[in-house]
Design a protein around this ligand. Structure first.
Ligand SMILES: Cc1cc2nc3c(=O)[nH]c(=O)nc-3n(C[C@H](O)[C@H](O)[C@H](O)COP(=O)(O)OP(=O)(O)OC[C@H]3O[C@@H](n4cnc5c(N)ncnc54)[C@H](O)[C@@H]3O)c2cc1C
Length: 1018
């Protein structure tokens, strides 16, 4: 890996003097602490025992952490005991037999159940109290006063993970204001402790609070840094003003990588405002586990100099390492963190040096419990002559307490990161701490184990790197094993947290506008055909804008196209399969080259938000490449030879395929159906949906750029009602691939089933026809995730996806809490034109759709209680906007709970228990997608068995299927045929044939010898 090489070249030889000093500090620190672990039978000893036990097996650790995470949501003893039993059951053989046995014999109800539940809860709360300093301001104040008595400073953090509503963001702001007021009132009057209340210049703030910016805005999203910054700064200013007024310090915490650039931007923007430009009592956390870190620090340094006032930098390694690696793997993005622990440690030391060398501008706060890391900082500070009071150490409440005391003893300032808050939001923090404490890579864990020698713990990171890194050599995933072709990989989504990506998209969005209003001809047999009549395709966000005029095919054109496709068929059929596959790969390549441009057309023509338009292009790329790979697999004839007889089983295309596509995935679905037909050797006539016909023209352009022979692909947009019957009923058409509404799908199926006398085959129809998808929310679900998952499923792209979740079926115990949060979340979604990156809710596709959705809303008002109707403001007049609507207490049989609406309308249905929920969920004529939010392993198993839909998602939204990973499609009235993007899809476009040849001639059969020698056929 290049990064490793960088390290090796530039940093292998540590400065011997510095290294000596570092080791001296390390040894001194160790000499002052007790490495024997906590005394037996103390609470700390019990915690240690528990952690050792959980560490003993990964499955057990995961299940116990899952149990702790679910605990606050469990309302009674039976639920707690039941969950514990399920979790231990899932951990399987990792749990000692006697625990499994005892848990099994204790009943869920009655005294035994209560005892078990109480013991579990008590232990989890005790564990939480080890890391969380209190549940309210008063308790937090008491904790920090105790810290001060030990000469330890503090920074207080308000626990609470996801802010998903604006009301919650307001509440967080208020809590911070109360916190600053409460702390300064209580602490500023206390006697001074010079070691922590002064630096080398004089007094410093005693009150110090840490803020997570994402808590201040429910729509915090790096895709729209300007909009995000505006709202966050609005909520931050009163906090900063209060802090400044009362002499408090504010630190900005750093969260996941996707938020880093926006967090840094907000930090700089607000501190450049005149009111704060000369304020030095602010800081930001920077994570050394990121490969960007040193560059970020250099940028911060330049900025601080330009601002003219220093800021503090809390240097940490970073708390989201596992999360970052998983997200990168899921999206196939570059991993933003160092992948080996020594690299993070080394980066910490390099960054510490940079801070110490520039401590006048970036004032160093070292956030670590690692003795090597802190010793390196101490040694460098001495070497560079940085006064001890000019920097500080920071550690987490409840972690590495012995080292805090030692550093205080060394006369350094130590600040304790002190979180407080309710247990429920605190669980995510607790689980992070438990993960950190039980990680194999954790320094604290290594010291506590007692069997790693000090010298090894203090070793220079570069020395530690040594053999292990080189041996583990991360190979490129590009090449397959032993030269086998690489496995299909999904096209990564664009990472809109990146500045350059956002810029490219914005440029494309602007540039494409300059091409509005052009006329697009039909393409028949490779020739453009303009028609006297055209259809104007409008921008749904601004209905006065004509995206393009599309030629309108007549019946005659439809017939010409069928003729052209028919004539081109034999040549294309007989083209080598790998050549056809290569054509599709060329299409994918062109898509990549035109990625942002195509995404911009989708934004403008169909009102899809940026991220989803980009995903549409990515999915189109996936279809091309996946079907190309699949075709190569199918192209290998299957042989079943015996002596004297050769049998070959192979596929050939059906003939002329008509592709009728919808507008909601304007590029992906059209491309998917078209390329499946083409790669298998069929010739096609594409009829895109009227509202997305310009994107259809762009696909046709790409097909031509990829060099498809004339007549192989024909583009015939027009009004479905006019040319549909000709295309579907034509005797020379072999198959129809359709995605769209149930009504049209059934009509196609019926029309195609008629076989006129001049037709020599029975037509094949594959159709994907919609759904009325349900999301079930269990009583123990993580409501943060369930609310967000339901809102995303229901309102993503305004609910205009066949996979959209339009029914939320919520179990009674959490129904009210869920509904209240869902309404608040939905209220917080930003409505606006799709071209604005910050718009969460854009327009619906056209006036007709708008009218139909509004009609169903009226039906809903008669059938159920309208719990929420969003506001549209000025947009209503500009485009085809429909505000999100939530209906509550909806009867499972109500029309709004049974009919597909294809708009931002959600029915919330109350269920007595899981059986009832499943009965409701399965109780429609559709079976497309479904989702289930739960933390109960047993309920998850039940739902997997009994929620009968084509695509079922557990603990995630019901939309966003990826080619190959989640082949997509349903049954019942949701579809005819197999799943798009799956291993059976292409089979629908081909006819299997078998050829048997008798190779026996006068008693001699070639290959007979080979067969008889047991080596198989040819
Ligand atoms: C006061 C304070 C404030 C904090 N604020 C923040 C904050 O705002 N944002 C934040 O993200 N974190 C924050 N943290 C958490 C902090 O990131 C972790 O506590 C810290 O990473 C633990 O590092 P260590 O030096 O104590 O322990 P060590 O055991 O030396 O390091 C553990 C760390 O190494 C890294 N690591 C683990 N495995 C690997 C690997 N395979 N490859 C590369 N690196 C690896 C991870 O970052 C892990 O946390 C804060 C910590 C403190 C003390």
């Amino acid at each position: 890996m290049i990064r490793l090489a960088d390290f090796e070249e530039s940093n292998v030889t540590p400065d011997p003097d510095l290294e000596r000093r570092t080791l001296a500090y390390g040894r001194e620190i160790f000499a002052r602490v007790n490495r024997q672990g906590p005394p037996a039978f103390t609470p700390a000893w019990a915690d240690q025992l528990l952690m050792d036990w959980t560490m003993s097996a990964e499955p057990l650790k995961i299940q116990l952490f899952r149990f702790i995470d679910a605990l606050p949501r469990l309302h009674d003893s039976a639920a707690i005991a039941g969950h514990l039993r399920e979790c231990l059951g899932e951990a399987g053989g990792a749990v000692p037999w006697w625990i499994r046995y005892s848990v099994r014999i204790l009943p869920s109800n009655g005294f035994g159940g209560r005892l078990l539940a109480r013991a579990a809860k008590w232990n989890a709360e005790r564990l939480a109290r080890r890391f969380i300093a209190g549940s309210n301001v008063e308790e937090a104040v008491r904790s920090v006063k105790r810290l001060r008595e030990k000469s330890q400073a503090f920074t207080v953090d308000l626990l609470g993970e996801a802010t998903i509503t604006e009301a919650e963001a307001d509440a967080v702001q208020k809590q911070y204001l109360d916190l600053v007021a409460g702390l300064t009132r209580e602490v500023n009057g206390l006697p001074e402790v010079p070691q922590i209340d002064r630096d080398h210049f004089g007094p410093i703030p005693r009150v110090n609070v840490s803020v997570k910016l994402s808590a201040l805005y429910s729509q915090f999203d790096p895709i729209d840094p300007e909009g995000t910054s505006r709202v966050v700064r609005r909520r931050l200013r009163p906090i900063l003003n209060a802090a400044r007024r009362t002499g408090a310090f504010v630190n900005f915490d750093m969260e996941q990588y996707a938020f880093k650039a926006t967090t840094l931007q907000i930090f700089r923007e607000i501190l450049d405002e005149p009111a704060y430009r000369d304020w030095p009592h602010v800081g930001i956390a920077i994570q050394a586990y990121l490969t960007d870190t040193e560059q970020d620090l250099r940028d911060l340094l330049d900025w601080a100099k330009a601002r003219g006032t220093p800021v503090w930098v809390r240097l940490v390694k970073g708390a989201y390492w596992d999360y970052e690696t998983v997200i990168a793997a899921q999206n196939d993005w570059p991993v933003p963190v160092w992948t080996e622990k020594w690299q993070s440690d080394a980066c910490f030391e390099r960054s510490a040096r940079l801070l110490l060398e520039n401590h006048q501008w970036l004032r160093p706060a070292f956030g670590t419990h690692n003795v090597r890391s802190m010793s390196a900082a101490l040694a460098m500070a001495d070497a560079f002559g940085v006064p001890p009071a000019a920097y500080e150490f920071q550690m987490l409440y409840g972690m590495g307490d012995e080292f805090k005391d030692v550093l205080v003893g060394l006369d350094r300032r130590v600040r304790i990161y002190t979180p407080y808050g309710q247990l429920l939001p605190g669980m995510a923090y607790l689980v992070r701490r438990l993960l950190e404490n039980t990680s194999n890579e954790s320094f604290l864990r290594a010291t506590q184990s007692g069997d790693i020698p000090e010298e090894a713990l203090l070793m220079n990171p570069y020395e530690r790197s040594g053999v292990r890194s080189r041996e583990s050599g991360v190979g490129s995933q590009e090449s397959g094993v032993n030269g086998a072709p690489p496995r299909f990989r999904n096209e990564p989504p664009s990472d809109f947290a990146r500045d350059d990506v956002r810029r490219k998209m914005q440029t494309a969005v602007d540039r494409v506008k300059g091409e509005f209003g052009k006329t697009y001809p039909l393409i028949i047999n490779g020739e453009p055909v303009t028609t006297p009549e055209t259809v104007a395709s409008l921008n749904p966000s601004r209905k006065t804008e004509v995206v393009g005029h599309v030629s309108k095919a007549t019946i005659g054109h439809a017939e010409q196209a069928v003729q052209a496709a028919k004539e081109a068929f034999p040549g294309w059929r007989d083209t080598d399969a790998s050549e056809r596959a290569d054509s599709m790969r060329r299409v994918a390549r062109r898509f990549r080259e035109r990625r942002f441009e195509l995404a911009a057309w989708i934004v403008h023509e169909t009102g899809k938000p940026w991220r989803e338009s980009d995903a549409d292009v990515a999915e189109a790329i996936d279809f091309c490449e996946y079907y190309a790979d699949e075709m190569q697999r199918l192209a290998n004839p299957q042989r079943r030879d015996i002596p004297g007889e050769e049998n070959v089983y192979f596929y050939e295309p059906r003939g002329v395929a008509v592709i009728i596509a919808p507008w909601n995935f304007p590029l992906a679905i059209l491309t998917g159906m078209a390329t499946a037909a083409l790669v298998t050797g069929n010739t096609i006539i594409m009829k895109p949906a009227e509202p997305s016909a310009v994107i259809g023209a762009k696909l046709m352009e790409v097909f031509q750029e990829a060099g498809l022979p004339k007549g192989v692909a024909n583009y015939v947009p027009g009004v479905g009602r006019q040319i549909g019957p000709t295309l579907v009923g034509h005797p020379d058409v072999a198959m129809i691939a359709f995605t769209g509404s149930l009504g049209v799908g059934l009509w196609i199926n019926e029309t195609a089933s008629k076989t006129p006398p001049n037709q020599d085959h029975v037509k094949r129809v594959i159709a994907e026809m919609g759904g009325k998808n349900a999301v079930i929310v269990d009583s123990d679900a993580d409501l943060d995730e369930a609310v967000k998952g339901v809102a995303d499923s229901a309102f993503g792209y305004q609910g205009q996806k066949c996979s959209a979740g339009s029914r939320a079926i919520v179990l009674e115990p959490v129904y009210d809490a869920f509904l209240t949060r869902l309404i608040e979340t939905t209220k917080s979604l930003t409505v606006g034109p799709a071209e604005e990156p910050g718009s969460a809710i854009g327009p619906v596709i056209n006036e007709d759709a708008q009218g139909k959705i509004e009609e169903m809303i009226e039906v809903g008002k008669r059938e159920a209680r309208l719990a929420f109707a969003g506001e549209l403001g000025s947009f209503k007049a500009e485009g085809f906007f429909v505000a999100p609507h939530i209906f509550a207490e909806v009867a499972p049989t109500a029309a709004i709970a049974q009919e597909e609406i294809f708009g931002p309308v959600l029915s919330v249905i109350k269920a007595r228990d899981l059986n009832h929920a499943l009965e409701i969920a399965n109780g429609t004529k559709y079976a497309l997608t479904g989702a289930f939010f739960s933390r109960s392993p047993r309920n998850i198993e039940t739902v997997k068995r009994r929620f009968r839909v084509g695509n079922l998602y557990i603990n995630r939204k019901s939309t966003g299927a990826l080619v190959d990973r989640q082949p997509f499609g349903g049954f019942k009235l949701s579809g005819i045929g197999s799943k798009a993007g799956g291993p059976d899809y292409l089979l629908q476009f081909v006819i299997p044939r078998v050829i048997t040849e008798n190779t026996m001639r006068r008693g001699f059969a070639p290959g007979a010898e080979v067969v008889s020698s047991g080596k198989g056929g040819e």
